[in-house]
Design a protein around this ligand. Structure first.
Ligand code: TMP
Ligand code: ASP
Length: 250
């Protein structure tokens, strides 16, 4: 490793964050742990950490080339990356291009309904509370963001969708929905943080019409469909085939 690994700062469900030798950067280790339903369901999936790290690196670099700022600095190894230290905004931003998942459980909208413009939902990032859906008024009641910041978050998230949707579609992958986490660096700049991977995106294989077979994301794990790593591997292969090799951190 070119960066010296400092103390563990935070351990999440899928990643560990370590201090580095630079105040403004941290090291992220992608774990093989898979969790769903607020970690009530757990497994170890060999190679998941590497696949999500590689996919995220390619996608962060793609966003960067499109002028969208991210926390990504470069890869340290196959399942470690260096990122800017950010203050994570405790909001999960979900963009939905096609209705499925919790939207169909909580509303009468049928599975597969196209959503154009994409539906943007905000959730309060708090595992103990089960990441509840936020309303506009609760967002301001909790003083999570200012109205200006909320607008900036929505604009950035929609720009990410506008880049990722056609990119995936060129790989015959439909970007059904995805979750973003955003943070601010020391300069106050809003950045895309966390990861962008089959753990955080729903991706359907446009080459398949079978409703289960086409799933190439964490729903395979959530729904016990098997072939989780094979699906992540297929996404990684397609993404890597369409993007330059991610840069090494130096
Ligand atoms: P949902 O339909 O379950 O609300 O999920 C919407 C999207 O957000 C889907 O792409 C999966 C992603 N997601 C996460 O990344 N983390 C989570 O904890 C949840 C519930 C969903
Ligand atoms: N990420 C959440 C968990 O680990 C839920 C999910 O993705 O389904 O429990």
């Amino acid at each position: 490793m070119t960066s010296t690994r400092g103390p563990l700062l935070y351990e999440g469900k899928a990643k560990r964050i370590y201090a580095s030798n630079k105040e403004v950067e941290v090291l992220v280790e992608f774990k093989n742990d898979a969790t769903a339903f607020n970690a009530q369901k757990r497994a170890q999936l060999e190679d998941k950490g590497r696949l999500n790290c590689q996919i995220s690196a390619c996608l962060f670099e793609l966003l960067e080339r499109e002028g969208i700022p991210t926390h990504y600095c470069g890869l340290e190894s196959d399942h470690w990356m260096v990122v800017q230290r950010v203050e994570v905004i405790p909001i999960e931003v979900v963009l939905r291009n096609v209705a499925t998942g919790s939207l169909c459980r909580q509303t009468p909208i049928s599975q597969g309904t196209p959503l154009d413009p994409a539906l943007l939902d905000l959730y309060y990032k708090d595992d103990d509370l089960g990441d509840p859906l936020l309303t506009e008024s609760r967002l301001f009641l909790l003083d999570l963001v200012s109205p200006e910041s909320r607008q900036e978050i929505e604009t950035l998230a929609r720009r990410v969708n506008a880049v990722l949707t056609p990119f995936f579609s060129g790989l015959n992958l439909q970007l059904v929905d995805f979750k973003l986490e955003l943070g601010r660096n020391a300069a106050g700049e809003l950045l895309v943080a966390d990861e962008i991977s089959p753990d955080t995106c729903r991706l359907w294989d446009m080459n398949s019409r079978d409703e289960k077979e086409r799933i190439l994301d964490k729903d395979r794990f959530r729904q016990d469909l098997g072939g989780v790593i094979e699906a992540y591997g297929e996404v990684c292969k397609r993404v890597q085939g369409a993007t330059p090799k991610p840069r090494n951190y130096r």
